[in-house]
Design a protein around this ligand. Structure first.
Ligand SMILES: [Zn+2]
Length: 318
């Protein structure tokens, strides 16, 4: 996957990117994405890609994630619907392009922060995960951290934490301590009631249809629950998931339990000598994954997971 150097991107972006932002403010169009207040000055933008948190301070805006490259103008319009202040920082929860795809454009207006493995993974894409147009430029984070980074702006504080491997090896959980809210990225996926979400992850079913362990970029099904235990040690009551509706702490506790039950069940099958075909059949029948009829791109829910099935079986069989 090609990507362009930051300096060239920055120069190009400065020339072209302020125009849409100014236009959005001048005309104040209704944003095409949904904007919902989570608590006080914290909002979430949703509608395409991953959930984007918008934290407004007196000195600017902190975003968590920036969706796809193509969503840049819409995100700025959505931000402009809640504040006149500019975006100062973007914190990536991980490198997938539905969460960090806007980085290349965000560089023109903000610092982009992520775990150091996000930068490493973006520098060396080992497994394509690109729903965006092929050739879409990648934006490397310009500030990286290992375990924890505290961001202070306008008298408010945001903490980016890394609790270990799970969805990838660079997952950041972004904590808003004054509000008792966390943004988990794809370490947790919110579930809508069955009637509103008949396709995937419906209430009453295990979360398996939506979880994705990106082994090529350091993910781990085995370690995922311990990583969530790190998250659960924080003091919070509200969760912005990587995808799906704003959820509660109890929702995250349930997700963790479901994930553990699923992992242990599959691991038991593998250790008992199940063949790959038998394991695939369980995923398809009980967790909604799909091994056939999947397009090569984009990664359709239930399809993406099979790309790295050999790695999953290897890890769970240890
Ligand atoms: Zn992801």
């Amino acid at each position: 996957m090609p990507y362009e150097g930051l300096s060239r991107l920055t120069i190009t972006a400065i020339c072209v990117l302020f125009a849409p932002a100014l236009r959005a403010q001048a005309l104040a169009p209704a944003p095409s994405l949904d904007v919902e207040r989570v608590k006080d000055d914290l909002h979430v933008i949703s509608g395409e890609g991953g959930n984007v948190a918008v934290y407004v301070t007196d000195e600017g805006v902190i975003l968590v994630d920036d969706m796809f490259y193509r969503n840049f103008d819409e995100i700025l319009a959505a931000v402009a619907s809640v504040t006149d202040l500019p975006v100062a920082y973007v914190v990536n929860t991980h490198q997938h392009d539905d969460h960090a795809g806007g980085n290349a454009k965000m560089h023109a207006i903000a610092d982009v922060i992520a775990h150091r493995e996000v930068r490493a993974n973006l520098s060396d894409i080992r497994q394509p995960y690109y729903e965006d147009t092929p050739g879409t430029p990648i934006g490397l984070p310009n500030i990286t951290f290992a375990d924890e980074l505290t961001l202070r702006l306008g008298g408010k504080e945001v903490r980016a934490r890394h609790f270990g491997r799970g969805h990838t090896d660079g997952d950041a959980v972004v904590y808003f301590p004054e509000l008792k809210v966390v943004h988990t990225g794809d370490l947790f996926l919110g579930r809508r009631p069955a009637a509103a979400d008949p396709g995937g992850g419906a209430e009453g079913k295990p979360p398996g249809v939506n979880i994705y362990v990106d082994y090529a970029q350091g993910g781990s099904f085995v370690e995922w629950t311990a990583t969530l235990d790190g998250v659960l040690a924080l003091d919070f009551d509200t969760v912005i998931p990587g995808h799906g509706p704003v959820s509660s702490r109890d929702d995250l506790v349930r997700f963790r339990a479901d994930l553990e039950a699923m992992r242990d069940r599959i691991a038991s099958l593998i250790r008992a000598g199940a063949t790959k075909q038998q394991v695939l059949a369980v995923f398809e029948t009980d967790y909604g994954w799909r091994s056939t009829g999947c397009p090569p791109t984009p990664p359709t829910p239930g399809c993406l997971q099979f790309q790295q099935m050999d790695s999953l079986i290897e890890e769970l069989g240890r």
